[in-house]
Design a protein around this ligand. Structure first.
Ligand SMILES: [Zn+2]
Length: 143
């Protein structure tokens, strides 16, 4: 009996998990199901990115994508390694160079477009801090 590797999202088949890899990693159906769930979360995340233009939300969603890539590595029984992440490249609105970064998967020296609304400029934590500062300034101005 083969595994059900079909990724279904919103009732539509979106592709299959890598069959050879599933065999070599000795995945069980439960493992495959966990991985498929992560892929569904990634589809939802894509939709949320498309719907928002808020700078903070976009950074937060990019951060969430990184967590999901770590989850995928874990469920595929690989060591967590951000250098091998690549799905972030395919996020909507990401303007980071594609082919140059595809060549760099595994090296850890990704090229980030500083204008990318997801990955460029100040990181999420920095944005949150500056937002707080802004709030403080505004509340001071009110006094
Ligand atoms: Zn990007």
């Amino acid at each position: 009996m083969g595994l059900d590797l079909n990724i279904r999202y919103k009732g539509i088949s979106r592709g299959l998990l890598n069959d050879k890899l599933a065999k070599s990693q000795q995945l069980t159906q439960a493992d495959a199901d966990r991985i498929k769930k992560v892929h569904c979360k990634i589809y939802r995340l894509h939709e949320r990115i498309v719907r928002t233009n808020d700078a903070y939300s976009l950074k937060a969603l990019a951060l969430l994508m990184q967590r999901l890539e770590f989850k995928l590595q874990q469920y595929w029984k690989f060591k967590p390694d951000a250098r091998k992440h690549y799905l972030w490249l395919y996020l909507p609105k990401c303007s980071c160079p594609k082919s140059d970064n595809r060549e760099r998967i595994g090296t850890g020296s990704f090229i980030i477009d500083q204008e990318c609304p997801l990955h460029g400029g100040p990181d999420y934590n920095e944005l949150v801090r500056s937002k707080k500062k802004l709030r403080i300034k505004k509340s001071i101005a009110k006094i």
